[in-house]
Design a binder for this molecule. Structure first.
Ligand SMILES: Nc1ncnc2c1ncn2[C@@H]1O[C@H](COP(=O)(O)OP(=O)(O)OP(=O)(O)O)[C@@H](O)[C@H]1O
Ligand SMILES: [Mg+2]
Length: 505
């Protein structure tokens, strides 16, 4: 079991990244593969449960006849067309695969191929050509044909090709169906909190997800839910059935990050023995979550900006422009304006990303959500730890609401988890939340007065109060202020404080 942080600091929150609910992938590997539901039961859609459909398009009757004859024997539902126009007219039948002659009386196979692919990219096409001309084959494959066969062909070979092609279709649909079921845990309801500000954020996230926007910027302190929001955006969008890939910019060296993101050509650098597709290519049609974008090196920022503006990029060491359709969801817990001012973040990239910003507010700005979240986590851990904790006393929730939660929702979640593990009874008590007892003053915070205030005087007053409260026990007074004995002695001298004489002397 992992250790439980007592007082969550930034480092501790980072170290406990494996937290979160059971559905989430572990984050040790900073790169996640597209989220296939490995091991789940296969799903078949109703069209697939019926026979697969094959359309044979050829103007030669004998060829049509022999293909149809064979494919029907193999158990497929077959359709025939003599011309390109007839073929397109039959597509509405829900065709899985088209065997398409390259030379047709009314048009050429390439045009029909394009139209088939345009109408339904899921329909596979195998082109039949009378000659094997390299240029033609390249062109055919570039337009997205599944394969080609040269005439005269061997029927067994064609049958095998058809079988393989339809297996591809089946797998593709299965993955899509699985992804759709995977998407559900990331519905907007996963974001807990009904404070007015959270309500607004949820409405905004739903809108952003549905929008065609190609970039989104999530900002907010550590633990405010940026990862969660990124998943909600992806799985709430039309891209949900396509990959969601994530990469943490600070976790990799500049060169590694570049090649992970954009891919590389063989020989681009010493270790590049193979050509490699980057995350952007693998996520085509889906979303890439660029976490901690504020840590990205300047050179890469420029390359990313070009991609955001032109939707194209080059692999490392490559000359060819590659076009992909990917939504970039960027996140940072830095104030990017400051990074722009101090020159570590490109201004133009900042403005490009800031078109659609979503700021996740710190938990202390929405105290109304704290109790709701705490109860949500009590339920969750009851389930996970097979416990039956009933809740907590009202004063516990009040204290939780007053605490400033520097580690935000993550810290609250960890605090509830810890309390649930250690709780003796079936309700949580104040003692189960050590951070509430240790520094009660923090919850009040100090408000800067409208007309400003004198920091020296404030410090002097606080030191004096601490000494008074502890009857001048310097060690205890120091502890109340988070100081050591030397530090409080220094201040006693500096502020010229002295122990009051006992009354009556
Ligand atoms: N509104 C919320 N409702 C439910 N759970 C939340 C909410 N906000 C955050 N969480 C949970 O809190 C934990 C931290 O959230 P998340 O990892 O998304 O934070 P983050 O903003 O990405 O932090 P960091 O900047 O450290 O990466 C996760 O377990 C997440 O599921
Ligand atoms: Mg995060």
């Amino acid at each position: 079991m992992r250790s439980i942080p007592h007082h969550v600091t930034d480092d501790a929150t980072k170290a406990s990244h494996g937290e979160n609910n059971p559905q989430q992938q572990p984050r040790d590997a900073q790169l996640t593969e597209p989220e296939y539901g490995v091991g789940a039961a296969p799903l078949y859609n109703s069209r697939w449960m019926s026979k697969a459909t094959v359309l044979v398009v050829d103007d030669e009757q004998l060829i049509r006849w022999s293909l149809v004859e064979r494919l029907s024997q193999d158990g497929y539902r077959t359709f025939e067309a003599e011309t390109g126009a007839e073929a397109l007219a039959q597509l509405s039948e829900g065709i899985d695969l088209v065997l398409l002659d390259y030379r047709l009386p009314d048009t050429d196979g390439l045009k029909v191929l394009k139209e088939v692919r345009r109408r339904d990219p899921d329909t596979l096409v195998i082109l039949l050509t009378a000659f094997s001309n390299v240029a033609t084959v390249v062109e055919i494959m570039k337009e997205g044909a599944y394969h080609y066969a040269t005439k005269p062909f061997n029927l067994d070979e064609i049958a095998l090709l058809v079988e393989k092609a339809l297996e591809t279709t089946r797998l593709r649909r299965e993955v899509r169906a699985l992804r759709a079921t995977q998407a559900e845990p990331w519905g907007i309801d996963r974001i807990v909190g009904n404070s007015p500000v959270m309500q607004q954020i949820k409405d905004l996230l739903v809108k952003v997800a549905a929008s065609p926007a190609s970039t989104v910027l999530l900002t907010g302190e550590s633990g405010t839910g940026k990862d969660l929001a990124a998943k909600v955006i992806h799985y709430g969008s039309k891209r949900a059935t396509q990959p969601f890939m994530n990469i943490t910019c600070s976790a990799l060296t500049d060169t590694l990050l570049e090649s992970e993101l954009f891919g590389h050509e063989r020989g681009a650098f010493t270790d590049a023995r193979q050509q490699k597709r980057g995350l952007l290519e693998s996520a085509d049609g889906g979303s890439v979550f660029l976490d901690e974008i504020g840590e990205m090196a300047a050179g890469l920022q420029a390359k990313l900006l070009r991609f955001l503006e032109e939707k194209t990029f080059k692999r490392v060491g490559g000359a060819q422009d590659i076009h992909v359709d990917v939504r970039i969801i960027a996140a940072t817990n830095k104030i990017l304006e400051d990074s722009v001012k101090n020159g570590t973040f490109r201004e133009d990239l900042y403005y490009r990303l800031d078109v659609l910003p979503v700021r996740l507010p710190p938990l202390r700005e929405r105290a109304a959500d704290i109790t709701v979240l705490a109860k949500y986590y009590i339920d969750q851990f009851n389930h996970e730890f097979r416990k039956q904790v009933q809740g907590a006393a009202p004063r516990v929730f009040e204290a939780l609401e007053r605490y400033p939660w520097p580690g935000n929702v993550r810290e609250l979640r960890n605090a509830v988890e810890r309390a649930m593990l250690l709780a003796e009874g079936d309700t949580l008590a104040l003692e189960d939340f050590p951070m509430l007892g240790s520094r009660p003053e923090m919850s009040e915070g100090v408000q800067l007065a409208a007309g400003g205030m004198n920091l020296e005087k404030l410090e002097r007053d606080l030191v004096a109060q601490a000494l008074e409260r502890t009857q001048w026990n310097q060690t205890r007074a120091a502890a109340l202020l988070g100081l050591n004995r030397d530090q409080i002695r220094y201040r006693i001298e500096k502020f010229d404080l002295s122990k009051p004489e006992p009354a009556g002397h």
